[in-house]
Design a protein around this ligand. Structure first.
Ligand SMILES: Nc1ncnc2c1ncn2[C@@H]1O[C@H](COP(=O)(O)OP(=O)(O)O)[C@@H](O)[C@H]1O
Ligand SMILES: [Mg+2]
Length: 183
């Protein structure tokens, strides 16, 4: 478990890391942060994070708004690289390899370490095209890819009343749009 308190003057994040030992039977460490620090230009956002994340365990990062939860999560697949002025020190090991090393293939890394965002952020394309996108760019043969995407969209439509018609373009962040249930 990780807890954090926000320093009033800003930014930082006196982050206190507390770990509950994982069950003995499931102690495989997948991700291991060691003395990880991160700055947005000259503002330090994370200070000395050392933390193990276990395979097949749920790990929660809990703390007040602005304490650095998203910054830490974005570090796990190098999404912070996209923000100008970010620098980091320390190590984050994924299966024993430092994912911060300069020669890491970040595209391959992001295939392995995905993120589900708080807000959906679809491309301005149809639901079908959004679902099929990953399959298409990963070169899944078009027929197999299309069939897989249709299955996913069909299953999602069956389990929710909020998806708009699969072929309609989506704009903005609202998956349900203004469209009537099951439309
Ligand atoms: N792109 C950014 N540029 C500069 N500062 C940022 C950026 N993103 C986050 N911060 C700052 O880093 C700190 C941690 O933010 P964040 O990781 O979003 O916290 P949380 O997810 O816990 O709410 C905050 O002070 C925030 O203002
Ligand atoms: Mg956040």
């Amino acid at each position: 478990m990780v807890t954090a308190t926000t320093d009033r003057e800003f930014p930082l994040l006196r982050t206190e890391v507390r770990e509950r030992p994982a069950a003995a039977s499931a102690k495989e460490i997948r991700v291991c942060a060691r003395n990880f620090r991160l700055w947005y230009r000259d503002r330090q956002a994370l200070d000395d994070i050392s933390l193990d994340i276990y395979s097949r365990q749920i790990t929660a990062i809990i703390g007040p708004s602005g304490c650095g939860k998203s910054t830490f999560l974005r570090s796990l697949n190098r999404m912070n690289d996209l923000i100008p002025g970010v620098r980091a020190s320390g190590e984050i090991l994924l299966d024993g390899h430092n994912l911060l090393a300069p020669d890491v293939d970040v595209v391959a890394l992001r295939r392995r370490v995905g993120m589900v965002f708080q807000q959906p952020n679809p491309f301005p394309k149809s639901i079908f095209d959004n679902v099929a996108y990953g399959l298409r760019i990963n070169g899944l043969a078009s027929n197999a890819g299309e069939r897989a995407a249709r299955r996913v969209v069909g299953a999602a439509r069956a389990s929710t009343h909020t998806l708009p018609r699969a072929g309609r373009p989506l704009f903005g962040r609202n998956l349900s749009g203004n469209q009537s249930p099951g439309a």
